[in-house]
Design a protein around this ligand. Structure first.
Ligand SMILES: NC(=O)c1ccc[n+]([C@@H]2O[C@H](COP(=O)([O-])OP(=O)(O)OC[C@H]3O[C@@H](n4cnc5c(N)ncnc54)[C@H](OP(=O)(O)O)[C@@H]3O)[C@@H](O)[C@H]2O)c1
Length: 161
């Protein structure tokens, strides 16, 4: 997200081209289960590779176009399905509506701040309890010829529930 919490351009879609952040996202999610909203899933279709997306939708007739991709009707169903399958980490991967619903259940934030300003109403939710999170990792990557903006990568763990 940007410092103003924007995560997508006004018409949707990722509004920056940052190969370094894409590589980080690919590496962090490799082999993992990911919870994505139906809209984000459709935007990312064809991308998932060795990852298992759980597609969150209210549409009971929605069928995943790839047999190994799973459909869930709630965040609780997603967490239960992951637990039953022995999955230790379910990576909540957006978009805005899913981040808003899932943030209260997250134990870790893997957060890239992109140092730019974008006008859009697609946001990452406000963190209501910032004092309850500890940064366990922080890296600053300056812009360069391939990456237009400086980015700050942080990993924050929840202190307690
Ligand atoms: N920068 C980032 O980190 C990042 C990451 C991911 C996505 N994005 C951006 O985010 C935008 C999409 O965000 P969005 O908020 O519009 O859509 P979204 O969160 O991707 O998907 C919303 C859809 O998910 C389903 N859904 C959401 N909450 C649900 C719940 N509690 N129970 C059941 N189903 C639920 C509904 O699907 P149905 O309509 O099928 O019922 C809803 O329409 C895209 O522009 C994308 O580029 C940014």
């Amino acid at each position: 997200m940007t410092p103003g919490r924007v995560i997508a351009g006004p018409g949707g879609g990722i509004p920056w081209d940052l190969p370094r952040d894409r590589a980080h996202f690919r590496a962090y999610t490799s082999g993992k289960w990911m919870l994505v909203g139906r809209k984000t899933y459709e935007e990312m279709e064809g991308w998932f590779g060795n990852r298992t997306p759980l597609i969150l939708t209210r549409d009971p007739s929605f069928v995943a176009p790839v047999p190994s991709h799973r459909v869930v009707g709630s965040i609780f169903e997603a967490i239960e399905l992951a637990k039953r399958n022995g999955i230790g980490e379910l990576v909540i991967s957006g978009g805005a509506e899913v981040y808003e619903t899932a943030l209260p259940y997250a134990d870790r934030l893997v957060l890239t701040t992109v140092e730019t300003e974008i006008e859009s109403d697609i946001h990452f939710p406000e963190c209501r309890d910032p004092e309850n999170w500890t940064a366990i990792h922080r890296e600053v990557w300056p812009s360069d010829e391939e990456n237009d903006f400086e980015i700050i990568l942080q990993i924050l763990d929840r202190k307690s529930r």
